[in-house]
Design a protein around this ligand. Structure first.
Ligand SMILES: Nc1ncnc2c1ncn2[C@@H]1O[C@H](COP(=O)(O)OP(=O)(O)OP(=O)(O)O)[C@@H](O)[C@H]1O
Length: 298
């Protein structure tokens, strides 16, 4: 997470509207070539922070430094329905003085070449998201802020968006994402920052933050969940029968698996009962409790 020169750094950023402080004294930084998650409850200040980074709202105090001009993509970006994708790209390219190289990179990375002849109004949600990303990349932006990019995407489109984000990261871009689609986010993020009521509660590498949240329990799906549940209860394990299988409390599912197998049930699947980012959210970003302490991991 540390680098000689961060791609994005915020130092004591406070944003106010009238007498209300929306974001208070937020500091974190990240190096190039990373995907970073910004987590927070509704109204925590994520979009406000994105607006501040992109210069759309002024900060009351603090300092924001980005490597080059950042590009921000808000959910559901709309383009003129009658305009063809290739004409929109050409027009936006001229606006931001995009070089041929930047144009080619934006096309290649996002895969919009496949539908460049289509009109914007004909695009599916996933295609429109790709186009919005291509537009964001046109000016050669190395820092991308994506607000709820998975909204309206089907699982296949989400997978392809995640692949795209990995490509951008490999290309040296820094991507900051905020989304409530937490189980998806954890598949691609390297670092994470949490906000609660406008204040930072934790920031750091996902592995470091993960070490601070409770371990997950497990769900064991078997050939006979009812029999498995009874066997686990007889063995005095903390088990609950659910529609996904038998939930077993505790971080080590092996004892439960042996108990089930000993009853001649076949174990089909073992999964965690709560995704890592959901647990990080519960601990550091849910609105339920007041800020207990503020922690920053280096
Ligand atoms: N233009 C505005 N004027 C005054 N208050 C605002 C304005 N925009 C947002 N707010 C307030 O700022 C706070 C933070 O809003 P923000 O949109 O940044 O939250 P968020 O974390 O992005 O939430 P969500 O997950 O719901 O999108 C909220 O209390 C909101 O009501």
């Amino acid at each position: 997470m540390t680098s000689a020169r961060p791609a994005l750094s915020l130092d004591g950023v406070t944003v106010s509207r009238g007498r209300r402080t929306l974001v208070r004294d937020v500091s974190f930084s990240m190096g190039p070539g990373l995907v970073h998650a910004l987590l927070g409850h509704n109204g925590a200040g994520k979009t406000t922070l994105f607006r501040a980074v992109s210069g759309l709202v002024p900060t009351r105090s603090g300092r924001i430094v980005t490597r080059g001009e950042p590009s921000v993509l808000f959910v559901g970006s709309r383009f003129p329905a009658e305009l063809r994708v290739r004409d929109l790209m050409a027009y936006r390219g001229r606006l931001v003085f995009a070089s041929r190289r930047d144009m080619a990179r934006a096309r290649e990375v996002t895969g919009i070449g496949a539908f460049e002849a289509a009109r914007c109004g004909e695009l599916s949600t996933g295609m429109a998201q790709r186009l919005a990303l291509a537009v964001a990349l046109l000016g050669g932006a190395r820092v991308l802020l994506l607000d709820e990019p998975t909204t309206g995407l089907d699982p296949q489109a989400i997978d392809s968006l995640l692949d795209l984000l990995r490509t951008l990261r490999d290309d040296g871009c820094t991507v900051v994402l905020c989304s409530h689609d937490l189980a998806q986010l954890e598949l691609v993020c390297d670092t994470v920052t949490c906000l609660r009521h406008g204040r930072l509660t934790v920031t750091g590498a996902v592995g470091d933050v993960a070490a601070r949240v409770p371990r997950a329990g497990h769900v064991v799906r078997t050939s006979d969940d009812g029999a498995a549940y009874r066997a686990l209860r007889e063995a005095r394990m903390d088990a609950t029968l659910t529609s996904r299988g038998v939930r077993v409390a505790g971080p080590d599912p092996l004892e439960a698996v042996w108990t089930v197998v000993a009853r001649h049930a076949v174990v089909h699947e073992i999964t965690v009962d709560r995704a890592l980012f959901d647990r990080i959210f519960d601990e550091f970003a849910s609105s339920g409790t007041e800020v207990a302490d503020e922690r920053t991991l280096s």
